[in-house]
Design a protein around this ligand. Structure first.
Ligand code: PMP
Length: 413
């Protein structure tokens, strides 16, 4: 009923026209790009921003007094302000540029974690996390003799808040969970998780790699302590991302890496560190890509998160119904609340072979463990086939994939 009322108002043809890469044939068929959870495509305005920086004002930032350096610095800092607004953080200093989600999580583990975790303390994650939100915590636990606790995943691919609450105690110091799962699409009940974790005095990091391009993300209303994301999954360039942290936490944390930019004063006897955010941005950053990220944010803002959400929900609903109707296709991950990710297996076929057959028809999906090996073990699977949607995908593309899957499955005896 709700879907009927909330019809998407986006002009998908006009959106597609902004993505040059979509207009091509692969293996003799029009490209159907369904690998958006791995990385999304880039609109022309992002590509042009990169070109413009390198061809018109390439310069190092912050230290230069000349005009090009000032222009580059202003453009770089403008992205920080856009990100601040994008996730509704209170201060622009709470936005730290990183290489991406993985580096953001590693930064928190190596600084906040090292400073605050002691022997016997506990860190909670969930069973559906990406390796990027598992391994940094394992490394920290090993170093500090702390304990990693994992919230179990149901057959539908959800966590039960009761299970989460049962793991919480005054030993819990950090809770780090995916806002949305890259492998199953599940949207976690992050607001409830944050509230409960705060009651026992733990801080919460949200791995928002799969959320920022698809869901409303408001760090103040969520009240998360840290939030990590990657530009390349939100129509921006590869090689950049960001960490949001509450100001008082970032100020108390030690630096992550040493080098230029992160210092106030250096002598051989002692170094004093710069204020946030620069304390965490050692060395020359990825200036061009950070500047171009501003255009990706602009692209999302121009369409409107609400419109994107409604449209991608329609795609997900349509594709789910179509896939469920194919004999021998089994969906993995049927959570009530999902982003546009469809993981499935085909009885009697290896996911890799299905991926190759779809590629032969110009359809790009991902196959394998999706960097979530423990989750695959939970479902006793080697991997799945994953189709993941972005705002430029169409119902016709879903029909194309469904027709191919029907052909593929009809040959299974
Ligand atoms: N977490 C999740 C949920 C992800 O989907 C990904 C990327 N697949 C990451 C973390 C890691 O992101 P990146 O490789 O950009 O650091």
């Amino acid at each position: 009923m709700e879907a009927a009322i909330k019809q998407s108002s986006l002009d998908i043809d006009a959106i597609r026209a902004q993505f040059p890469v979509l207009d091509q044939e692969v293996n003799g068929y029009p490209l159907t790009y369904f690998d958006n959870a791995a990385t999304s495509q880039k609109p022309i305005r992002v590509i042009e921003a990169l070109n413009q920086y390198y061809s018109a004002y390439n310069s190092n930032i912050h230290r230069g007094v000349h005009s090009l350096a000032e222009k580059a610095t202003n453009a770089y800092e403008a992205t920080r302000v856009s990100l601040q607004k994008f996730i509704n953080s209170g201060q622009k200093e709470e936005i730290i540029f990183t290489k991406g989600t993985s580096e953001s999580i590693n930064l928190v583990a190596a600084t906040y974690g090292r400073q605050n975790i002691a022997k016997g303390d506990e860190i909670i994650i969930t069973g559906l996390e990406h390796h990027s939100n598992i391994v940094p915590w394992q490394m920290l636990c090993e170093e500090k003799e702390a304990v990693l606790k994992v919230v179990p995943i149901s057959d539908k691919g959800e966590i039960d808040l009761e299970d989460f609450n049962a793991l919480l105690s005054d030993k819990t110091k950090i809770v780090s969970v995916a806002f949305a799962s890259n492998a199953l699409g599940t949207i976690n009940p992050v607001k409830e998780i944050i509230e409960a974790a705060h009651k026992v005095g733990a801080v919460v990091l949200l791995d928002s790699a799969q959320a920022v391009a698809h869901l409303e993300v408001d760090v103040q209303s969520l009240d998360c302590d840290f939030l990590a994301a990657s530009a390349h999954k939100m129509y921006g360039p590869t090689g950049v991302g960001f960490l949001y942290g509450k100001q008082h936490l970032l100020e108390e944390m030690p630096p992550y890496q040493g080098g230029g930019e992160m210092i106030k004063e250096v002598t051989f006897e002692k170094t004093t560190y710069n204020d946030i955010p620069f304390k965490f941005e050692a060395g020359t950053p990825n200036i061009a890509d950070i500047i171009a990220l501003n255009e990706a944010i602009g692209f999302i803002n121009d369409l409107g998160k609400e419109n994107i959400r409604i449209y991608e929900d329609e795609l997900l609903k349509y594709a789910t119904e179509k896939l469920e109707a194919i004999d021998k296709v089994k969906l993995i991950g049927t959570a009530k609340h999902k982003v546009g990710v469809l993981s499935f297996i085909i009885e009697g076929m290896h996911p890799f072979d299905v991926g190759m057959m779809l590629d032969a028809r110009g359809i790009a999906v991902r196959t394998g463990h999706h960097c979530t090996m423990p989750l695959m073990q939970r479902f006793e699977l080697e991997g799945t086939i994953r189709a993941s949607f972005a705002v430029y995908n169409t119902f016709e593309e879903i029909d194309t994939m469904v027709a191919s899957l029907q052909k593929i499955t009809s040959r299974i005896k």
